[in-house]
Write a protein of this length. Structure first.
Length: 455
């Protein structure tokens, strides 16, 4: 064989191998053993996620859902649509993703859960050319698109009866591109498939845990806020009640923002709430500082207004961009100042200051335990919420409320003592006036008797 013919055969063989490798790369194999190895947790939820090596094409065409359609010229892309690495063919807000799925015989006739995770756009899932599931309403612009936050949506279920399948996803995310908050770095989604029994069981556990926790996180601070607001309305001289109500409401708003940004299915509202997070984080500590200053200072110190101005500037800028360094510094400095105020009060031996100090100790211990768990790779979402809310924020709120109630009670006792002294003084004055009046009457009677005797 001549060297030329040998070279041509080698090139041909190389091209065939490359094409086979390309086809294999865009085909995912799935077996039951792979699904069973996936740990179920509050984060994983039992899904085997497929994000990479999908065939992608921008635009919209119903023929792209068909299994026989030739997508070899399509670009390989990730469904996440990370904004710093968008597909070369472009992303204008709508496109299709295709993937060939090969399953093991162990998954035949077994119910599987199929879901799109981290999804804020609108999509349709096609299996072997037939529409299988829909999230929201895919549109051609922001006006006719209806996005859906799928985080708490029940997954679709499928039962495969054959081994080879074509998954096609029609997706639009115009609203994300237009209203994207600065903290959101992805415009796409993650495809997840898992054992339906495991996935549904974990979803139920998530719902039971988070609904109870988040209800408490919103309701308990809100109750504190309403109680102290009513106390302020009945006794407006004690402005600390109003400032504490403001701080407790800010804590309750934290739980509300988190709950709604996770559980609300309206993606437009979720995008707005995600945009509000950074301004909220900048402004929330200011309410705590205002309350503590009102407790331990006769007048609000000037440095408080420095915190207010800086927080307002960062909050305004955070609406458009991420100021990670400045936001973190402001939060740390504000928290350090909140911690300093009760420490100084304890050193000055202000009555009851240790109560708020105990609340801060509980919060700091919770943070230290959380940092330890993160450093030792033992972090879990459930422990995070328990340490932040249950053993951190709530004891701090309780200590503040107890101190304020104790202070008001002490004020009322002082008022009662003053009133008692006032009554005693008034009675003493009345007695003295009566004695003086009687003495005057006796003196006048004595004078009349003397004049009578002279006459």
């Amino acid at each position: 064989m001549s060297p030329k013919r040998l070279f041509i055969k080698l090139v041909f063989l190389f091209l065939v191998l490359q094409l086979n490798a390309q086809e294999k790369r865009n085909e995912v194999f799935l077996a039951d053993t792979m699904l069973q190895k996936i740990t179920t947790s509050f984060q994983e939820r039992g899904y085997y996620t497929i994000q990479e090596n999908w065939k992608y094409h921008p635009g919209d065409n119903a023929a792209w859902a068909l299994p026989e359609f030739n997508d070899s010229a399509w670009e390989d892309a990730s469904t996440l649509l990370k904004l710093d690495s968008l597909p070369r063919s472009g992303w204008s807000g709508a496109g299709w993703f295709r993937l060939r799925l090969s399953i093991d015989s162990s998954l035949l006739n077994k119910p599987l859960a199929v879901h799109l995770l981290s999804h804020l756009g609108a999509s349709e899932i096609y299996i072997d050319g037939k529409r299988f599931c829909q999230y929201g309403k895919v549109g051609t612009s922001v006006r006719d698109e209806q996005g859906l936050n799928t985080l708490t949506v029940v997954p679709c279920q499928v039962v495969f009866t054959t081994l080879q399948h074509l998954i096609a996803i029609r997706y639009s995310g115009f609203a994300i591109m237009k209203n994207r908050p600065p903290t959101l770095n992805e415009a796409g989604f993650s495809f997840g498939i898992g054992d339906a029994v495991k996935v549904n069981q974990q979803n139920r556990l998530n719902a039971m845990f988070f609904r109870r926790l988040e209800a408490g996180v919103v309701a308990i601070p809100l109750v504190f806020a309403l109680i102290h607001l009513m106390l302020f309305l009945f006794y407006r001289r004690e402005k600390s009640n109003f400032y504490f109500a403001l701080f407790a409401f800010a804590i309750s708003l934290w739980g509300f923002l988190e709950h709604e940004s996770i559980g609300n299915t309206n993606s437009s509202l979720v995008l707005l709430l995600k945009r509000l997070w950074l301004p909220y984080i900048a402004l929330m500590p200011v309410t705590g500082l205002l309350f503590l200053y009102s407790l331990f200072y006769e007048n609000i110190p000037r440095r408080f207004w420095f915190f207010v101005i800086v927080a307002l500037i960062i909050a305004a800028l955070s609406w458009f961009t991420v100021l990670q360094l400045f936001s973190s510094l402001l939060f740390i400095i504000s928290f350090a100042e909140m911690l300093r105020i009760p420490i100084v009060a304890i050193r000055k031996k202000i009555s009851g200051a240790w109560i708020i100090g105990a609340g801060f100790v509980a919060f700091c211990i919770s943070l230290l335990v959380l940092f330890f768990l993160m450093a030792t790779d033992r972090f879990s979402l459930s422990l995070f919420y328990i340490l932040i809310y249950v053993t951190g924020v709530l004891p701090l709120l309780l200590s503040m409320s107890v101190f304020l109630s104790r202070k008001i009670s002490g004020t009322h006792k002082d008022l009662e003592l003053e009133m008692k002294k006032s009554f005693q003084l008034e009675a003493e004055n009345t007695r003295k006036e009566a004695e003086l009046k009687k003495a005057a009457e006796l003196k006048e009677a004595s004078g009349r008797w003397k004049r009578h005797m002279k006459n």
